[in-house]
Design a protein around this ligand. Structure first.
Ligand code: AG3
Length: 283
């Protein structure tokens, strides 16, 4: 099938499939020192940001991803005070993290400052909390940041990265997870986006193995829909330095004092359910 020029298509090599969004126009296109950043106005998904041709964020469905990258982990930790976000330059994850009143400091370490500047312009609602006094935005290499971090300083590390290719590949490695383990306090948690269970189950299994070798005791993969990403089905893998990852502060999740559009207590419990094919690979 041929798609006309009014469609933006991200094709998934080797998977014989793609996502297409009908676009009204391209409103931004630049080559930063790290990547090509494009912004489109779509017909039905609002604004779309792509990095090197890969869909990162749309107005319409980013809430699912950003809420699932933050709230399950924040409600699993008994008292999250200091949070580090690696990547996450569009600031959507930061915005969700700062909804938690216990958080005293949320640091974001994004490699490409241009992603944040472009997001501030085209996704202002994701950047609403950038001036929260608890937010600290750094533009630096997250791998080096964690390697240099003071031991035992963070309660939670969230890895909101692109696909494991190019500079992001190191964010899926055992060496990186070891440094994260060291930078976490007792009861600390790490969570990272871990691609599609349907398309990338082997990657998820290797993330589990690497986290385990890095010293994390308990690991769980959360499932959620994300229709604009490969296969429409996405995951985040959560690991605990020495505490459980499948128990959470469910009463507090049920009576949370802030608004979400996807996350709630039942969604959290359901997201922890592991499909058979994945369970077999992970055991
Ligand atoms: N994180 C990107 C997940 C990977 C998407 N992959 C793809 N489209 N091939 C998005 C950052 C949102 N804060």
């Amino acid at each position: 099938m041929t798609l006309d020029k009014n469609w933006y298509t991200e094709e998934w090599a080797g998977q014989g499939s793609a996502i297409s969004l009908k676009i009204k126009n391209k409103v931004h296109d630049e080559k930063s020192p790290y990547q090509r950043i494009e912004i489109y106005e779509t017909e039905t998904f609002g604004t779309l940001m792509t990095l090197d041709g890969l869909v990162m964020v749309t107005d319409r469905d980013n809430f699912i991803y950003h809420e699932m990258m933050s709230h399950p982990t924040l409600f699993t930790h008994p008292d999250p005070k200091r949070v580090l976000i690696i990547g996450g330059g569009d600031c959507g994850t930061l915005h969700e993290v700062l909804k938690h009143k216990t958080v005293e400091i949320a640091e974001q370490v994004e490699l490409d400052e241009r992603v944040t500047r472009v997001a501030e312009k085209f996704f202002p609602e994701l950047c609403e909390s950038n001036h929260d006094p608890r937010a600290r935005l750094h533009f630096a290499d997250g791998i080096k940041w964690v390697a240099d971090a003071q031991p035992g300083i963070y309660d939670i590390i969230i890895v909101d990265s692109t696909d494991p290719v190019g500079p992001a590949a190191g964010l899926f490695s055992e060496a990186f997870y070891k440094n994260c383990h060291r930078a976490l306090r007792p009861r600390g948690l790490i969570v990272g986006q871990s691609e599609s269970p349907l398309f990338h189950a082997e990657l998820i299994a290797s993330v589990h193995r690497s986290l385990k070798s890095a010293g994390f005791l308990e690991i769980a993969t959360l499932n959620f829909p994300q229709c604009a990403y490969p296969s429409g089905w996405w995951s985040a893998t959560l690991a605990g330095k020495d505490g459980p990852v499948s128990l959470f502060r469910s009463r507090e999740a049920a009576t949370k004092t802030f608004t979400t559009h996807y996350y709630n207590r039942d969604i959290h419990a359901a997201a922890l359910a592991c499909p058979e094919f994945l369970r077999r690979l992970l055991t």
